[in-house]
Structure formats: structure tokens, C-alpha cells
Ligand binder design. Sequence first.
Ligand code: ADP
Ligand code: ZN
Ligand code: ZN
Length: 839
Amino acid sequence: MESLFGDLYDTDDSKTNLFADIILPVPIPKMFTYKIPRNLSEDIGIGFRVIVQFGKKKVLTGIIGKVHQKPPVAYEAKPILDILDNHATVNPLQIRFWAWMSEYYCCHIGEVMNAALPSGLKLSSESKIQINPTYDSDTSPYPLDDREEILLQALANKEEMSYEDCEAVLGIKSIHGIIKSLVIKEAILVFEQVKEKYSPKVESRIRLAKEYVQDKSLLETLFNEIASKPKQEEILLKYLQEIPVYKKPELNQKGLDKKVFTDAGLSVSSLKTLIKNGILEEYKIIISRFEEMEGSEEQIVLSPQQLTAQQEIKTQFEEKNTVLLHGITGSGKTELYVTLIKEAMEGGSQVLLLLPEIALTTHMVGRLRQVFGSKMGVYHSKYSDNERVEVWNGVLSGKLSFVIGVRSSIFLPFDSLGLVIVDEEHESSYKQYDPAPRFQARDAAIMLSWIHQAKTLLGSATPSFESYYNARLKKYGYVALDIRYGEAQLPEYQLADMLVDKKKNLLKLEFTRLLREKIQEALKNQEQVLIFQNRRGYAPYISCEDCGWIPECEHCDVSLTYHQFGEEMRCHYCGFKEKVPHVCPACGSNKLSAVGLGTERIEESLSLLFPEARIARMDLDTTRSKYGYQRLLEDFGGGNVDILVGTQMITKGLDFDRVTVVGIMDADRILYFPDFRAGERAFQQITQVAGRAGRRDKRGTVIIQTRKPEQAIFGQIMSGDYKNFYVQEMGERQRFFYPPFVKIIKVTTRHKDYKTAERAARSLHNLLSEIQVKKILLGPEKGLVGKIKNQYIFESIAKLDKSGNAQAHFKLELQHLMEELQTHKEFRGVRFVVDVDPY
Ligand code: ADP
Ligand code: ZN
Ligand code: ZN
């Protein structure tokens, strides 16, 4: 490989050599130093994407983190093979942010890079196409902005576009990104072997491929692969001959277009086989979805309370970087955001608005789109990679100065943020569990703001204790908005005692009489009902009535959830599924019954209790498709559904006129979760879902079903007494050393062998206990779920003093100890996972 590029590198050592430290998407704790070839040194800088060789075989895309003149000591620097763009993809502020994240969350900067860049901006490490470093100039005669347009036109009008045309239109570098693998890869495969046998059309493609790909050994490997599979070869050749290059079905926006294939006498499945075997690649072309759309010029009229709150936020921003807006449900936080965003943008700043995962398709996005038009970008987790790259590039080019997005939008290439808003800041979905970086997007957003010298506004009706605590310490500003907008009143709460009803035989299919009556009344008045239960599936498990047998996952330490749909039992940890047995495998009894309550079962019960009602369900299982969530909301909003059953998906952001009854099926289940945040979460979830009721003229009713109505938390939720609840819970947290009084770091040890996992966990734990910082160290204990995907799990928990540098010191030592232990032979294959501020 080296020889191929040899002529590129200046051997004249009289000039100083330049080196670059490169962030690579590999789990290695540092950056690697490469040499910058002379011919590239002018065009390269921090944040540029480059191609480098890593190890013997791998070719990786990396990002330049630093440029300097110091050659590495321990190894000889290899040269950078190529640059991918003529501009930096990542700016220095982002690199600072990545560095902070890797340090704070104890992960590698390459892992942060992996999370930060949409995969469209990374070349896969398995990419079989080699990079030809000899094309270094952008040869297209067309201006950059026109090229995509021209190409699309060509696609629409022409049967086939020649390679030369394509090159001219796109410029050779763009071909590298978009067209290259399509043209090249297919041709590589038939190179030489078939060139005599087939038409000149194929041959010319082969010629072009040959010019492009110079590594002969690579070609040979690929030929050999296909040569032994005559059937596949036949399909491939047919494909090449019958379907013009630039009318490939992949280029169809909707994905594979069957008709084009069938017309050519090919089946989609045969091509899928080729794709699966890595012989063809399937991908879509980027077609801009940005419809030019003007924002509205409407004057926003804030209510007097909103106006006061807005003024106060601005005043507090003069002193504080972060302000907590504690605004009850329906107080109109969105309109406040709109005015603040507008002002920031008019001042020339960029703005980021974070929303929890699933609130993104709600009315808020529609409302903001109406105001900001196509200056606003949306960054959704269900977007395809191309769509994400598009938002990324929109921010980069300045086309998008405002983005509304899920947690990963903190990684977009902003360079002049003025305002970051975190809506529903208490939401646990801001925390990324897996993989690393295990960051909390709210906390990271505050750091991002700080790096940009921007302001952060945290909004919630039920603030997280962390944020409220900081507000009380005066670290954050605090602004309250405690009346609903317009005529709307907060809902009325009623407790329904399930045990009392059960005794009196009034509990039907787990619905109390009160809840049934309220639903009936709502249906009669043509109003809508929401029923909340935070558990999907039909029932948490099934059990044998005779011997007590409960089916468990083969790979995890959990019982299988029963899903009526498909008569299946599924593991919610690893996806394992099994058919429900007809008889108990332990005792042969046929009395197997479902225990507990999931959303599927509630849906079924409702249809039995209210046969005339139109019922729908919203949970992970019904919203997997990209627009599943939106469609359900449209159905509900359009009045095609009377009762909507759902998990926490229905608790946030929904703003519908006709919801008057909200039922909480089992409040105890939320309260008795084994976690120090259970109380806080119960308060939040119940208040939030209740907040969906009665958002217009008619007051709503919320029914809380419980077996223990006397618990204090219900009184506090019902009177909206957040502060009292907070004070009480915080007493407990202080007494038992929980956040926000301490910092928690959780270290998980995983291995497929129980003993090895335990030993490794114990060894690490003992070493951790010797670190000289003020701390409480708990464990190592078997995880709450002791085995997931055949890996045994042990956990140690460190509670660290928040003052001084206890945390930083502990983290450094921890990293070091893990690396050290992993070199021990007996711990080969052990994985340590660090979670800072776990949930
Ligand atoms: P929150 O997010 O605080 O729960 P929303 O922002 O959803 O509340 O506002 C509740 C409802 O009141 C929405 O339908 C919104 O359109 C309306 N609303 C709030 N403020 C205004 C305003 N200043 N002018 C017009 N409508 C408003
Ligand atoms: Zn049995
Ligand atoms: Zn499992």
C-alpha cells in the first residue's frame, strides 16, 4: 500500500514536518499522531476529515484534533492518506466539547466522535474500496451549489448519464462520496473476467473502475468471491446490463423499486442476496427535503404572566448562565420559547432547542415551523442517516440557524450558539444508556452553552431535583409560571381505591367503578380519554397456577413478557422470543395464566368494558415505524379515537382540546420501583400525564388508581405542591447520600462466565476502595438484572463528595485501574462499563 502512495510524500527533510493528532472511531484512550504529507499541508486543519491507515489492514475516517510539529516518540508516524473535504467538518468548539465529554463521562474521545457524527460522515471501517489519493483537485466546472440540482435533473430526464458527465457535474470528490461506490463497486466485480463476453457498455464501466481502483489484489479477492457462485454472477451481470447506472432503483427516493427490477427480469430477493454478500451496495441518493418555507411575520401576544416571566428570564440571564423555568402544564412555555428564540436569532445567534425523544412530532414542532419556516432544522432519532447529514450540513453552511432536536443534536456543528433551551428538562430520556458516551443531554447542553458563552433555559412543569436544587442554591436563576394560559384550569384529581372496590366486587378487569364511570361520561359527551400504564405487552409474565412456574429468558435473568399479539413471550432486554406453551413444561398443567397488567391487556379490557368506543394504543410496539407515532396522534387529534392507552409516550407534550379524563391505572407500580428517584419520577409522570387533561375551556378529571390512597405523595401531587414534596424527599436523599448531595459513578463488570465476572468485579472494587478520596463504595453486587444477553453482571457504586476534585481524581484512577486489570490474562474478555450520574 505504501508504495502506491510513495510519490506523494516529500522526502526533503529540510522543511519542518507537520503532524496531526487524529481522533479515530476506535475504543482507544488517546488520539493517534500521523504525518501530514507536504502536498496536503496547505489544505488541512483542525476538524478536517481524513483517511488514515490504522493497524495493518484497516482504513478509517478520522478527525484532526490537533496540528503540531512533534513527531510521536513510540512509533513512526504514518502519513495521512487523503482529505475528504475542502472544509472542516467539526469546529474547534466541538472538539473542546468532545474532550470534555470523554473526560466527564469516562469514555474515549473516539466513542464521542462515533456518537457525534452521523454515519454518513464516517466511512465504514469495513469499506472495501480503497482511497485513491491522486485526485486532489476539485475538477468540476460547475459551482458546488448547482451540482446536486443538475444531477437530479439528469436523473429525471436521462436514461443514463455517462461517468464523465457525472464527474463534471459532481466534481470528483463528491463522486467519492455519493456515486463512487455505485459505479465502481459493481464494475470491479466483473473486471477482466467478463470483459470479452459482454457489451461495450459494461466494458466502459469496467475501464473507469480500473482507473479508479488501483489495488489489484483487492480486485482479485472480489472476483474470486463471485467466481465460485455462478448463480450470483449471472444475476449481477444481468443487473449491470439491464439497468442503466444512473437509473438504479436505489436512487429512487422510496428505496428499492420493484418494478424496475421485474422489468429487467430480476427479482428483488436475488439482489438482496448480492447485497447481503457484500457484492452490491444499496444506498439512497440525497435529495433535499428542505422545502423553502417562509416563517410567519405574526406578532406573538404574550399573556401578562408570560410577559412577566419572559422579562424575568432576560433579567436573570444578565447574571446567570442557566435559568430554570418552572411553568405548570398548559402555561404556554412554547410561546415563551418562541419569543426568546426569535430575539436570539435576530441578534445573529444560533439556537438549539432540545426535546425528549418522543415529543418531537407533537404540536410544538408544527408551531415552531409555522414561525421559523425553513430556517429551522429538525433532528429526529428516527431520521435516516441522510436526513441527519443534511441537518448537519445545514448548520455547517449557516442555512439553519435554529435546530430543534433530540439529545444527539448537541453534537451538531454549531459555532455561535446564543441560546440553548432544554424543554421537559426532567425527562429521563435525555440520558443515554448505551453505548458510550453515557451522557445526560441536559447536563451536556449546559456545558455546551458554557463553551459557546451562551445561555441555557431549562423548562419543566416538574423540574428535576438536580435543577431545582441548583436554583435554590442560586446557581441557576429561577422563574415560575404558575397559571395556565387562557381560561384553562388545572385538572381535578380523584383517588380510586382498588382494594376497596375489589372487596365490594366493583373492580372490573382492574378498572375501579369511579374510573369506569368517568370514562362512560366522557364517551357520552364525545370527549376523549387517556389511560396511562407504564408497561407494554399484555402482561408482565405468565405463570402456572398449579406449580408457580414462570417462563424466563434463556439469555437474561428476567421473566418473559407476554404479548398477546402473536401469542408470544418476549424478553425486553435482548429481544428473545418464544411461543406461549400449551401446558406447563414443569408440571404439565394447562392452567397457565397471565399475571399483571400491560398496555395490550388494558386495551383488550377497555374493548370489553366499552364495546362502542374506538380504542387505540401507543407504546413502543405500535410506534416502531417512522411515522407510527405521528399517525396515532393524528388519529387521536382528528377525533377518530375515543380512548388512547399508552406508556410514558402519552405523558408529554400532547395538547388536545377534547381530553377531559385521564386515568392512571396503577400508581403504586410507579412508586415502588427500586430506585432512589422513584418518588420524583412518580410525581413527574403523574403530574405530566394529568396535565394532558382539560387544556381548554372544560376542566379535566384525573383518576389515580391505587391500593394505598393514604400516601403523602398523592396529596402533594393533587395540590400541585412540588415544593413540599421536594423538601421531604430531599431530606431522605441527604440522609442516605444520594444525588444531588453526592456524585454517583457506577461501574459494571460483565463477562459470560459467572465466576470470572465476579472475580474481576471484586478485584476492581478492592482497588477502587484504596483510592484516596472522600467516598462511599458499595458492592460489588449482582446487577438488578443479574444476566443480560448471556453476560453476568456485577455492579459497584461509588458515591463521591461533590466538593474539590474528588470526582476528577477518582475518574482518572478508575480509568487507569480498568486498563490495567484488562491486561490480566484471567480477565480476558471482561468488560468494564462506567456510568457517571447513572439513572
Ligand atoms: P406547556 O408547554 O407549558 O404545557 P403550551 O405551550 O402547550 O403549554 O400551551 C398551552 C396552550 O395554550 C397551547 O395550545 C398554546 O397554543 C396556548 N397558548 C399559550 N400561550 C399562548 C399565547 N401567548 N397566545 C396564544 N396561545 C397561547
Ligand atoms: Zn406447572
Ligand atoms: Zn433476554
